[in-house]
Write a protein that binds this ligand. Structure first.
Ligand code: MV4
Length: 498
């Protein structure tokens, strides 16, 4: 059995630091790779060794497979952890690692490729008996448009056209009636072609007010697959998750068990190994449908770590070394409630435009049940080249209400100056009646927060939005002032709330 002695981390930011921490606990050496924008970034300073791999744009650094493999060979790393994003779901990269005798800490390239093709994934679910939204079995290219229109009419409008190579919402078109169908297929195809170099699209019934609930699964090389319960990720903005929590408010024990079983069947259908996530949409009648499988460790994995007490990166390393999963399903218990807020350098008062600059102040909250995974430190610049996430703020408490209170406290304690952040938006959401009573769905951000046209006002809680925008502008003026008087006022976060 190969034992991993040195891991190269093909990523940057908080996830690289997260991986380095587990490696250090196991006495595994670490190698960071970095672009010219990351010369002084925390992940580079924290790793045992570092290798410069190119210019700031990721296409010239973190996405260049050969440079990363060369860096692993040069430093004698025996494994590569891809993190999330970048090359983490690139089957060719996983394959290249194998060819070079480097352990790819993730699934086999074949599993990545199968789940990356959404029509292939639907076929696998059909065989595995996992429910998925009604629609065309294969890509539309195999059929003529009249035949496809017939299928769309049978499933019933609205329907959704999706890219076979897609995910994350790119190349998707909602079609409300047959008159728009052909035109939407054409535009979805051309977007799919330009985004993925693959114009194949397929059609699904459009589920109108779904919740996004995903199951964490883990598989070893010996055929054992377990699940680690769900995460509810319905608070999203333009396919970007903002708040995740576990457990989900809507699942009954019975439904949880059925979905977990479906998630395990989905993983087995592609011979999965390692950490993976099976995404489902759940409608208001609590029917669930397979959406896609993410063949990587996800951003929001700390939520699962908090409710299970497990170290998912540690388990990834165990499994990559060929060890049997050191736990059975019965050993995996859930305890309490966890919430994650993603803190982005984006301005919620200005359509979430990226807010770049120096973090002149970055003081993170702490206390029992509070975890902050940050990839950037005070005094550093938020690079414009990558995702503008500053940190993930996670809390754990015995129940949901306590977790919400703890998160609000932690958000208030968090001090950031120099850039505007999504902290006020997270607070707005946590204080929102629909979040508190758990009746939100994937349209929450758009419906409750994005005030664009005045006609939208009749649908929203005007008072809540106005008060949150006022709070945001307060925050805004603070974040741009760096006088000592101002920062002393800011550090008075513990004053009684109004
Ligand atoms: C859907 C859907 C409704 N019905 N599929 C969005 C990203 C991509 N992974 C799939 N997505 C969706 N697929 C059917 N048949 C609604 C979405 C969707 C969504 C899903 C999860 C979380 C947020 C979302 C926001 C908009 C649309």
């Amino acid at each position: 059995m190969p034992s991993i002695k040195k891991v190269l981390i093909a990523n940057r930011g908080e996830i690289s630091l997260r991986i380095i921490r587990t490696c250090r606990e196991r006495n595994i050496r670490t190698v960071a790779v970095y672009s010219s924008a990351d010369e002084t970034s925390p992940h580079v300073l924290a790793a045992d060794q570092s290798v410069h791999i190119g210019n700031a744009p990721s296409a010239e650094s973190y996405l260049v497979m050969e440079r990363i493999i060369d860096a692993a060979k040069k430093t004698g790393a025996d494994a590569i952890h891809p993190g999330y994003g970048f090359l983490s779901e690139n089957a060719q990269f996983a394959h290249l690692c194998g060819e070079e005798g480097i352990i790819f800490i993730g699934p086999e390239p074949g599993s990545i490729a199968m789940m990356g093709d959404k029509t292939r994934a639907r076929e696998l679910m059909a065989k595995a008996g996992v429910p998925y939204p009604p629609g065309t079995e294969s890509a539309l290219e195999d059929k003529d448009i009249e035949e496809v229109k017939k299928i769309a009419a049978e499933i019933g409008y609205p329907v959704l056209i999706k890219a076979a190579a897609g995910g994350g919402g790119k190349g998707m078109r909602i079609v409300y009636s047959e008159v728009d169908f052909e035109k939407s297929v054409k535009s979805a195809r051309s977007e799919a072609k330009s985004s993925f170099g693959d114009e194949r699209v397929f059609v699904e019934k459009y589920l109108e007010e779904p919740r996004h609930i995903e199951f964490q699964i883990f598989a070893d090389q010996h055929g054992k697959v377990v699940h680690m319960f769900e995460r509810e990720c319905s608070i999203q903005r333009r396919h970007q998750k903002v708040i995740e929590e576990a457990p989900s408010e809507v699942l009954t024990e019975d439904l949880r068990e059925k979905m977990a079983e479906a998630a395990i069947a989905a993983a087995k259908s592609c011979g999965y190994v390692g950490a993976g996530t099976v995404e489902f949409l759940v409608d208001k009648h609590l029917n669930f449908y397979f959406l896609e499988m993410n063949t990587r460790l996800q951003v929001e994995h700390p939520v699962t770590e908090m409710i299970t007490g497990l170290d998912l990166v540690g388990l990834q390393i165990d499994v990559a070394e060929g060890k049997k999963l050191p736990l059975c399903q019965e050993d995996i218990r859930r305890n309490g409630h966890a919430i994650e807020c993603r803190v982005y350098a984006e301005d919620p008062a200005n359509q979430f435009l990226p807010s770049t600059g120096y973090l002149s102040r970055h003081r993170i909250p702490s206390g029992p049940g509070v975890r902050v995974d940050a990839g950037i430190e005070e005094g550093q610049e938020v690079p414009v080249y990558y995702d503008p996430m500053i940190s993930k703020l996670c809390v754990h408490a015995s129940g949901r209400n306590k977790a919400i209170s703890k998160m609000i406290r932690a958000l208030e304690e968090y001090e950031i100056s120099g850039v505007r952040t999504t902290i006020p938006f997270c607070k707005f959401t946590l204080e929102h009646e629909k979040f508190r009573n758990g009746t939100y769905d994937t349209h929450f951000v758009k419906d409750q927060f994005m005030v664009k046209k005045s006609s939208d006002f009749k649908h929203i809680n005007v008072a809540a939005v106005v008060s949150s925008l006022l709070k945001m502008s307060e925050n805004h003026s603070e974040s741009h002032s760096e006088s000592s008087a101002d920062s002393s006022r800011k550090s008075n976060w513990w004053r009684k709330r109004k």
